[in-house]
Design a protein around this ligand. Structure first.
Ligand SMILES: C[S@@+](CC[C@H](N)C(=O)[O-])C[C@H]1O[C@@H](n2cnc3c(N)ncnc32)[C@H](O)[C@@H]1O
Length: 268
């Protein structure tokens, strides 16, 4: 595992979006600067906690969908601080054989995941920047855990908005998908200001003062990130509306979410 602090320097006085997300979920892996910035986001977007929870519940439903489709290996990019309902807990409850390779760039996230996962042979955490797919696939925690001759669920849940347009997230996710065999799945969610442009623009300004600014994108741009996959029903929808367990609770929360089936790529 690389040293996460080399990839993303640790400074508790600079708010970090991973730790702010932990604040919204009621976690304890955060510092005063993170809580203050999270508070400023909540002043502008009073429903942010509901949005983050809706994203998290989408993640759980999507993981169970992958398992029901027979895909029991997960590559979780931007996995976040382990908290209730983390992917390996959801997956291994359904299928004890499920394997989960977590990847994150943030040092507190990586350290807390490593402590939590100590002794779990089927789950790893790798410190890596997802913008470097070769480093991700070559890392022992990914290479030695996932069998790439079998389908894999690629999870990019609430992470691609941390990448700028210059990082070209559309091309990046395609580079990952090309490494996966047909029958693999791509699970994606991404924040948007489509329905609430003013509050989201204010939140975007708060994130500009953090270690990793956010880019809120419209639906059209997010759809492009799943181009080339076959979208499963109900397509790209608000996270709360993706196969909701309680349709009464399915209302817009600010994350577009969807799952695409990965087919045959022409190998070069
Ligand atoms: C909002 S959290 C999402 C956690 C989880 N995927 C979920 O949806 O509940 C986003 C995570 O992406 C990580 N992240 C941001 N940029 C990254 C990058 N370039 N490479 C790897 N991880 C990154 C952050 O450190 C953070 O832990």
């Amino acid at each position: 595992m690389s040293d996460a602090s080399e990839l993303s320097p640790f400074d508790p006085d600079v708010p970090n979006p991973a730790r702010m997300y932990d604040c919204f979920l009621g976690g304890s892996h955060n510092f005063a600067a993170d809580r203050a910035a999270a508070g400023r986001v909540e002043e502008n977007v009073p429903w942010v906690v509901a949005a983050v929870r809706a994203n998290r519940f989408f993640l759980g439903r999507a993981v169970r969908f992958c398992l029901a489709e027979g895909v029991d290996q997960f590559l979780d990019l931007g996995s976040g601080i382990p908290t209730v309902g983390h992917v390996h807990e959801v997956a291994q409850r359904v299928s004890p054989r499920a394997r989960v390779a977590y990847v994150d760039v943030e040092p507190v996230t990586v350290a807390s995941a490593a402590a939590l996962l100590d002794g779990d042979a089927r789950t790893t955490i790798t410190a890596a920047d997802m913008r470097d797919p070769d480093a991700v696939f070559d890392a022992p925690g990914v290479r030695d855990l996932l069998d790439l001759s079998r389908p894999v669920a690629l999870l990019t849940v609430s992470v691609l908005h941390y990448l700028s347009d210059e990082d070209d997230p559309v091309a990046l996710v395609e580079r990952y998908r090309r490494r996966l065999v047909p029958g693999s799945l791509h699970v994606l969610s991404h924040v948007t200001g489509d329905h609430d442009p003013d509050p989201m623009a204010a939140a975007e300004r708060v994130y500009r003062g953090t270690a990793t600014p956010l880019t809120f994108r419209p639906r059209r741009r997010i759809e492009e990130m799943l181009a080339g996959t076959e979208l499963v029903e109900p397509g790209l929808v608000d996270a709360s509306q993706w196969r909701p367990q309680d349709p009464a609770d399915a209302q817009h929360r600010g994350f577009w979410a969807g799952v695409g089936r990965i087919g045959q790529y022409r190998r070069v």
